[in-house]
Ligand binder design. Structure first.
Ligand code: PEP
Ligand code: MN
Length: 360
């Protein structure tokens, strides 16, 4: 799929003047709940009202959604509030029902994007639709699966496309429910700068008190919008209770988030600068995380050396590492002087760690 300006026509045509906002509960629970939240979100910046009707739960036995019945409630939302509606579809039957109920925006969930079979089935069912279709990133950090899904939809002649970045699962425990791996989203933005990209801070964080900060990072990285799970009584939500915010909190967040407008040359300059700085922040964060991981490995070596009663410093191996890193550094435009200085510092920190282990 080549990059095309047309990819963002649907978003530009909305003429919002602010980032696109998709909000509403994780799941439609009852008709009253769906309508209550919708009325609280009416007359706010919310553009699309979301509610999950079919809920893909990782383990069976949890609430799996109210099913097609909920689509009628979403139709009522549109009649009563004028808000457009959005829901997740995960197979051809869902697509058929959602289109019959005039859902305006459909998204493919993270557990579906991993399966080209499912994505193709959905693309075939949606062929030629003029509804907006957004693809969440796959649960695993694989850019080509994500792109593959977009390509399948594009080939099915679906014009109003976009992606949702909702973070990735990791084997290691992190403070996030789904690790943002911003680098991957940035790579996608670089490849397809005109493909609208929405951030889903709710599923990234899993915790409502982290939603604001992630939203701000996303806006600094030039994301086009946010999808935020919103519930009138979050703690009592039937799914994803810990990450949902109240409509009031959402409104306050929309006021507090800094959005850079491209008003004049100075603002344009600031916006670009801010965007580049946000990218640097992402990389710096990864550098620190990687260094921390390196020290953990080094600690393991320290423990082994202690058991075997071996000296901490092993110069021969260290010189080999340095030689290799200087060469690799050259491939990445890094000077020998810099690589040597940096690795000396890293080496010293490793030695300090190991000495602590050996000497107690
Ligand atoms: C959701 O949006 O409620 C959802 C299930 O999301 P994801 O596919 O990102 O897990
Ligand atoms: Mn959810």
């Amino acid at each position: 799929m080549e990059n095309k300006k047309e990819l963002r026509n649907w978003l530009d045509d909305l003429n919002l003047g602010h980032p696109l906002v998709i909000a509403g509960p994780c799941s439609a629970e009852t008709e009253e709940q769906v309508l209550k939240i919708a009325h609280e979100l009416k007359d706010t910046d919310v553009n699309y009202y979301r509610a999950g009707i079919w809920k893909p739960r990782t383990r069976p036995g949890n609430f799996e959604g109210v099913g097609a019945l909920g689509l009628k409630w979403l139709q009522k939302v549109k009649e009563e509030t004028g808000m457009k509606t959005a829901t997740e579809v995960a197979n051809a039957a869902h697509v058929k029902l959602a289109l019959e109920h005039d859902i305006d925006l459909l998204w493919i969930g993270a557990r579906s994007t991993v399966s080209p079979f499912i994505v193709q089935e959905i693309a075939d069912a949606l062929e030629g639709t003029d509804k907006i279709v957004l693809v969440k990133n796959p649960v695993n950090p694989d850019l080509s699966l994500w792109l593959g899904a977009i390509e399948r939809l594009h080939t099915a002649n679906i014009k109003k496309l976009g992606v949702i970045h909702r973070g990735f699962s990791t084997y290691e425990k992190t403070k996030f429910r789904n690790n943002p791996n911003w680098q991957l989203a940035i790579e996608l933005q670089t490849k397809f700068p005109d493909l609208p990209i929405i951030n889903d801070p709710s599923h990234i964080t899993g915790k409502r008190d982290m939603v604001f900060d992630i939203s701000q990072i996303a806006l600094d990285l030039n994301f086009d919008g946010l999808m935020i799970e919103t519930h009138h009584d979050p703690d009592k939500a039937w799914s994803d209770a810990a990450q949902q915010v109240t409509p009031n909190t959402l409104v306050q967040m929309m006021r507090d988030l800094k959005v850079k407008k491209e008003a004049d040359a100075e603002a344009e300059y600031n916006k670009k600068l801010n965007n580049l700085r946000a990218k640097i922040d992402v990389v710096d964060h990864e550098i620190i995380e990687l260094l921390g991981k390196r020290m953990l490995v080094s600690d393991g070596i320290g423990k082994l050396k202690k058991e075997k009663n071996v000296a901490v410093l092993q110069s021969k191996r260290w010189n080999e590492i340095l030689g290799r890193m200087v060469l690799e550094g050259q491939d990445h435009g890094l000077s020998e002087e810099f690589v040597l200085k940096m690795f000396k510092a890293i080496h010293q920190e490793s030695i300090n760690h190991q000495e602590k282990i050996i000497n107690g």
